[in-house]
Design a protein. Structure first.
Length: 457
């Protein structure tokens, strides 16, 4: 239009050149805005995918966390059962200890009674041997005296021999009295042995009863230890699974934390891009204003050109309309940018809260992992302790079986000793009767000696 107007179009040509330059600037800015908008769109899509993936992972980890919570609740219940079992084992151990003291007292009584019986039995055996020897010698002496008395019967010179026989008979009678006293002592010793055997038998029965109680207590402790070992094994497996799941949760939280930090970085890129777009759009809006002003100038030039400027007027109107459209588009872009920036700010706040929560969860997971490690170590100690309890119970059962066998042997020995004491009492009574018979023979010898002396007178 400026070329067609010739000389009248020179001013409009200047306006047209200026409009074209401003339009090129606006076009360059618009192209950059378009590129940056595409980049922001891609970043927002990637950010949305990352957030959706994090949400899905959080849902899965929540289910895993619920499973871990159930496992830990099961472990807590098992620990309560273990505590009750430990109380039962402790009660059995206390009963076994009390019963052991009773058995020890019974064993001491058995030992004391056995020592007394041994001493009394040795004394009785020596007395019986001495009594037997004395009776044998007395009987032989009595028989010899009786034969001598018969030989001297009717012999007138036997007065002196008769006196000797009488004196010997008196000595023999005194020996017989001593033998009778020894027999009484033997019977007293045997009676003491019998009473000791009664005490020993009662103590042996008490020990046997105590050993049976100890065996029951040890068997109860063994059963409790076996049950505790099974519970400990199940608890260790539960804790192992919980720790594995917790490690997975910790890894998931770590990955989520890294993802949220990456999302914050993407969000920073989006915010920087929107800031640049806003700057460019403000420039485009300014260019639109300038173009609008140039359009007014073009309209003035058209009016000045008169008939030749009619085309200028049409072009200026179109330029002014386009500048208004550009200004409206810039305003819409600014509104969109503000919306994006507000959403990005809200998302940043949410992500920062999520990052803080994730960091707190990481710290909690570390503490929980350390706690589970300590519980696992305690469970290992419990397993070792219950194995020791089981071995100790086995040792107690073995020892109790040996002690019970010893108690039965003591009871058998007591019965044998009782029979032996009965036999010894019978022998002592027989020896007492022999002493009585010997005393009667001595009396006959004494009478015979008196007859011999009377015959000599």
């Amino acid at each position: 239009e400026a070329a067609r107007a010739g000389e009248h179009g020179r001013g409009f040509a200047v306006v047209a050149d200026e409009v074209r330059a401003l339009a090129e600037t606006a076009e360059t800015g618009a192209a950059e805005v378009q590129d940056r908008a595409a980049a922001i769109r891609d970043e927002i899509r990637a950010l949305g995918l990352a957030i959706r993936a994090a949400a899905a992972r959080a849902v899965a980890e929540a289910a895993t966390g619920a499973r871990v919570a159930r496992q830990l609740e099961t472990a807590r219940t098992d620990l309560g059962s273990l505590a009750e079992g430990a109380q039962g084992i402790l009660a059995e151990a206390l009963r076994a200890e009390a019963t052991t003291r009773e058995a020890q007292g019974g064993a001491e009584q058995v030992a004391s009674a056995a020592e007394q019986q041994a001493a009394a039995a040795a004394q009785a055996q020596r007395a019986v041997a001495q009594q037997t020897e004395a009776l044998d010698q007395g009987q032989a002496t009595a028989e010899a005296l009786a034969a001598l008395a018969e030989t001297l019967r009717g012999d007138a010179s036997a007065r002196a021999s008769a006196e000797e026989i009488g004196a010997a008979a008196d000595v023999l009678s005194a020996s017989i009295l001593e033998v009778s006293g020894a027999a009484a002592e033997i019977l007293a010793a045997i009676d003491q042995i019998s009473r000791g055997l009664t005490l020993q038998s009662a103590a042996a029965r008490q020990s046997a009863t105590a050993m049976a109680a100890i065996e029951r207590a040890a068997a109860g402790a063994r059963t409790g230890a076996d049950r505790a070992l099974a519970q400990v094994a199940a608890l260790a497996e539960t804790l192992h699974e919980a720790r594995a799941a917790l490690d997975g949760l910790a890894d998931g939280v770590g990955q989520a934390l890294d993802g949220m930090r990456g999302s914050l970085d993407r969000l920073g890129t989006i915010e920087a891009g929107t800031g640049r777009i806003e700057t460019i759009v403000e420039g485009i809006a300014l260019v639109a204003v300038q173009i609008g002003m140039l359009a007014v100038t073009g309209a003035i030039e058209a009016a000045r050109a008169g008939e030749a400027g009619q085309g200028f007027a049409l072009v200026s109107g179109d330029i002014r309309a386009l500048s208004r459209d550009a200004a409206g588009g810039a305003e819409r872009i600014r509104g969109t940018v503000r919306t994006i920036r507000d959403g990005a700010a809200a998302l940043r706040r949410a992500l920062e809260r999520s990052v803080a929560a994730a960091e707190a969860e990481v710290a909690k997971n570390r503490a929980l992992t350390a706690g589970l490690a300590a519980v696992t170590a305690d469970i290992a100690d419990l397993e070792r302790a219950n194995r020791e309890i089981a071995r100790g119970a086995d040792d107690i059962l073995t020892a109790a079986a040996g002690i019970a066998a010893g108690a039965r042997q003591i009871a058998t020995a007591a019965e044998e000793a009782d029979r032996a004491s009965t036999e010894a009492a019978t022998a002592a009574r027989q020896q007492a009767r022999g002493a009585e018979d010997l005393a009667a023979a001595v009396e006959e010898i004494a009478l015979l000696a008196d007859e011999l002396q009377g015959a000599d007178e």
